[in-house]
Design a protein around this ligand. Structure first.
Ligand code: APR
Length: 232
């Protein structure tokens, strides 16, 4: 392949697995212990806000205790050193890309360390709990929810993502099962705009057939090796 100029990198829970954060669909995954409908939908939040807040309080705590791994660090290096366009679109709600030093990151499913006030619409960085219904730092109302995109809600910044996919020469998917749309469809979007598609994942995913190449193995090994090739 000619050397690409622009790239879009999609990351999923697999890139943070070796930092100790559980993925969703593995046998020991988060959706084994919790039904999506109970904790990750707007209906669940209306029905049982305390259960939903506890679930995300736990996610926030685990994320703050985790550290970036060599895969996050390699992408941060690529971000620093790549002169062309680059966008890391993550489905992850953790901040490990940023803590590794990456800047061109877009959180399409929101962020665990951000809260959104349903009373005044403000967003704030948040490292504490929400189950005790604390007041919003801006308006004082006890109407804070996790700033997370739940099932049935629209992912953030889709216009920016589709514009980047339309321009990209290379689309790379890292550590995602390809089970959740719209992210699962990005490979098709990028390919139909003429991009080459590469998948780095522990095992073959639902979307593997769409990719020009799939490399199997842990992200902490595959991602630094691939970044090394790109920056050679
Ligand atoms: N290295 C690379 N890939 C890994 C590793 C690892 N160490 N460990 C696991 N994986 C792979 C798994 O093989 C799987 O294909 O990561 C993928 C994780 O898949 P999911 O658990 O389905 O996570 P993800 O694709 O990010 O889920 C998408 O679903 O529930 C929602 O909103 C949630 O953002 C999430 C979305």
């Amino acid at each position: 392949m000619d050397r690409p100029t622009n790239m879009v990198i999609l990351t999923g829970a697999g890139i943070s697995a070796e930092s100790g954060l559980r993925t969703f669909r593995a046998e020991d995954g988060l959706w084994e212990d919790h039904r999506v409908e109970d904790v990750a939908t707007p209906q669940a939040f209306r029905r049982d806000p305390e259960l939903v807040q506890r679930f995300y309080d736990e996610r926030r705590k685990n994320i703050m205790a985790a550290e970036p791994n060599p895969a996050h660090e390699a992408l941060a290096r690529l971000d620093r050193e790549w002169d062309g366009e680059l966008l890391i679109v993550t489905q992850n709600i953790d901040d490990l890309h940023e803590r590794a030093g990456a800047r061109r990151v877009l959180h399409m499913h929101g962020e665990a360390l951000s809260v959104w006030c349903l009373a005044c619409d403000a967003r704030h960085r948040w490292t504490g709990t929400l189950r005790d219904a604390p007041g919003c730092p801006a308006c004082g109302e006890g109407a804070l929810r996790p700033d997370i995109v739940w099932f049935g809600e629209m992912p953030y910044e889709m216009d920016r993502i589709f514009a980047a996919l339309a321009r990209t020469d290379l689309f790379v998917s890292i550590g995602t099962s390809g089970a959740v749309y719209p992210a699962a469809g990005f490979v098709q979007q990028a390919k139909s705009a003429g991009a080459i598609a590469l998948e780095l994942n522990l095992e073959r995913s639902q979307g593997s057939a769409w990719f020009d190449e799939t490399r199997l193995g842990p992200a902490s090994e595959q991602v630094p090796a691939w970044v090394g090739e790109m920056l050679r």
